[in-house]
Design a protein around this ligand. Structure first.
Ligand code: GDP
Ligand code: MG
Length: 197
């Protein structure tokens, strides 16, 4: 049964055979308070049924059908894990290493989080030099119009400079959150397909 384009459906029964390789880790990066956990929770909870696997406190797995093809994303909201501990750097270095794709999140109401996003992009480039990893810059809290400190144009321009995709989201309104994760899937596939040919 073909599923509607872009649906979140994950009826895996029909594709048990050879989808194992279509599994990708997406790491959420960004300052505290920008909305990473809110976005991860929407990703995890958007489907009613028991199809979501909770792999750990801050890691969520879900299979998306995008453009008629299934892809499983593992979303890691671990960037701030164990922040109190001395070993915080270990966690963050691990995050920088394991992602197959990254969402660098800032809040459009917080310019310093936007500056941090640039730093994270640079750090990521340094850590994964030779690799062409999909990265999407995410300006969250787009619903807070009156508190906006970072314009859409600035976000877009930053993404151009850093050679990554850009989207504004509102976790509160669930606006563009599905588009965010679908966009990541498409970026992953573009790179996969260009490798194959
Ligand atoms: P994290 O620290 O990056 O994981 O951020 P959280 O997901 O914990 O969110 C921090 C705060 O911002 C919480 O109070 C959220 O309810 C709020 N928040 C997150 N996303 C949005 C959004 O899109 N719009 C608004 N208005 N608030 C948001
Ligand atoms: Mg959080």
């Amino acid at each position: 049964t073909p599923q509607p384009r872009g649906s979140w459906s994950s009826d895996s029964a029909e594709s048990d055979t050879s989808e194992a390789d279509c599994l990708y880790r997406v790491v959420l990066l960004g300052d505290p308070g920008v909305g990473k956990s809110s976005l991860a929770n929407i990703f995890a909870g958007i489907q009613e049924k028991d199809s979501s696997d909770h792999l750990g406190e801050d890691t969520y797995e879900r299979t998306l059908t995008v453009d008629g093809e299934e892809t499983t994303l593992i979303v890691m909201d671990t960037w701030e894990a164990e922040k109190q501990e001395e070993d915080e750097n270990w966690v963050q270095e691990y995050c920088m290493q394991v992602g197959n794709a990254y969402a660098i999140v800032y809040s459009i109401t917080d310019r310093s989080s936007f500056d941090s996003a640039s730093e994270l992009r640079i750090q990521l480039r340094r850590t994964r030099q030779a690799e062409n990893i999909p990265i999407i810059l995410v300006g969250n809290k787009s619903d807070l119009v009156r508190c906006r400190e970072v314009s859409v144009e600035e976000g877009r321009a930053c993404a151009v400079v850093f050679d990554c995709k850009f989207i504004e989201t509102s976790a509160s309104l669930h606006h563009n959150v599905q588009e965010l994760f679908e966009g990541i899937v498409r970026q992953i596939r573009l790179r996969r397909d260009s490798k194959e040919t």
